[in-house]
Write a protein of this length. Structure first.
Length: 296
C-alpha cells in the first residue's frame, strides 16, 4: 500500500478543483496525506489579483492563501478532512514560484502529483503546453492528469483501471503501479497491448505477417502480466492490432483511470509530440497517470 504524500496543484480553476477531488478520493484508499500546493508569481494566477485588496507583495501572498483555502473548503468541506472517519486534513502550501516549479520543488518525498488538464497558467505556458504538460515532463514521481469527469468524493466508481503495455521497462513500471491502484479500488485491471504500427503494407504481406504478429503480441502481453502483476484474479488482458494511442484512447472511454509509461518503444527521453503518453494526456476521456521507470 502506498503511504506517501499526494501533492495536488491548485490554482482556483475548475481543472484544479477536479484534480483536488481526485486526490482526496485517492487518499481515502490509503493512509497517506494530501497536500494542496498553490504556486503564484507576478504573472498569476488571475484569481490572486482579484482577491487582493492591494497590489503589494504581502496582500498578494495573503490573497493566494485565501484562494487556496477556499478551493480546499469547496471540495472537502470546512474542516478540510479527507476521510469519512475525520482522518487526514488536507495540508495547504503556498509557494511564491511558477506552479510547475512549486510542484517539482516539493516532490522529493511525494508519492505522486495530481494536476488538472487545464488551469490558470499564464499565456506563454498555455502555448508551451500548459502546467500539466510541464509537470508531466519534469516530475520525478508518477503524475496524474485529471481529464473527463471525476466522481464526487463519496461516490463509488466500479469502472476498470486500464494500463498500456509494450514490453518496455517503462510500461512494466506502469503495469505494476496500475495493479496497486486497481487492487485498492477493488476493480478490474485491464491490460492492453496494441501492436499496430501504422505502416502501409500490401495485402499479401498483411496476410503472411498477421498471425506471427498476433502471436508475438500475445507473448509480450503474457510476459508483461506475469512480471508486473503476478497471480491476480481480476485481470483482463487485451491484444489489439490498433495503433497504441488509438487503442488506449478508446479504452479510456469506459475507464476510471488510464495508466501509461513515460517512455515506450520509441525510447523517448521526454514526452514529445506524437508519443503515446503525450496523446493520452491530451485526449483521454478519463484521468491519466504517467509513470516513470524504476523505483523512487
Amino acid at each position: 500500500m502506498r503511504t506517501g504524500t499526494i501533492l495536488v496543484g491548485v490554482d482556483g480553476s475548475a481543472g484544479s478543483e477536479s484534480a483536488l477531488r481526485w486526490a482526496v478520493r485517492e487518499a481515502r484508499l490509503r493512509p497517506g496525506p494530501v497536500t494542496a500546493v498553490f504556486g503564484w508569481t507576478a504573472e498569476g494566477p488571475r484569481g490572486v489579483y482579484r482577491a487582493a485588496p492591494h497590489a503589494d507583495h504581502d496582500a498578494l501572498a495573503r490573497a493566494a492563501a485565501a484562494v487556496l483555502d477556499r478551493a480546499v473548503v469547496d471540495v472537502v468541506g470546512q474542516d478540510g478532512r479527507v476521510g469519512q472517519d475525520g482522518r487526514g486534513a488536507v495540508g495547504q502550501l503556498v509557494v511564491e514560484a511558477d506552479p510547475v516549479e512549486a510542484l517539482i520543488k516539493n516532490a522529493g518525498t511525494a508519492e505522486m502529483i495530481v494536476v488538472g488538464a487545464r488551469g490558470h497558467g499564464p499565456v506563454h505556458r498555455m502555448l508551451a503546453g500548459s502546467i500539466s504538460q510541464g509537470v508531466v515532463h519534469h516530475a520525478p514521481v508518477p503524475v496524474v492528469v485529471t481529464r473527463g469527469s471525476v466522481p464526487a468524493v463519496e461516490e463509488r466508481d466500479s469502472r476498470p483501471v486500464v494500463v498500456g503495455v509494450d514490453g518496455s521497462p517503462s510500461s512494466l513500471a506502469a503495469l505494476t503501479w496500475a495493479a496497486v491502484e486497481a487492487e485498492a479500488r477493488g476493480v478490474q485491471l485491464r491490460v492492453v497491448h496494441a501492436w499496430g504500427s501504422g505502416n502501409v503494407v500490401g495485402p499479401a504481406l498483411i496476410a503472411s505477417w498477421q498471425q506471427s504478429l498476433v502471436g508475438q503480441a500475445q507473448r509480450t502481453l503474457d510476459a508483461a502480466v506475469a512480471d508486473g502483476v503476478g497471480e491476480r484474479a481480476n485481470v483482463d488482458a487485451v491484444v489489439t492490432g490498433d495503433l497504441p494511442a488509438q487503442a488506449l484512447l478508446r479504452e479510456s472511454g469506459d475507464a476510471q483511470l488510464l495508466v501509461v509509461g513515460s517512455r515506450g518503444r520509441g525510447g523517448f527521453a521526454e514526452l514529445v509530440l506524437g508519443s503515446v503518453s503525450h496523446q493520452c494526456v491530451l485526449h483521454a476521456a478519463c484521468p491519466v497517470a504517467v509513470v516513470r521507470t524504476g523505483p523512487r
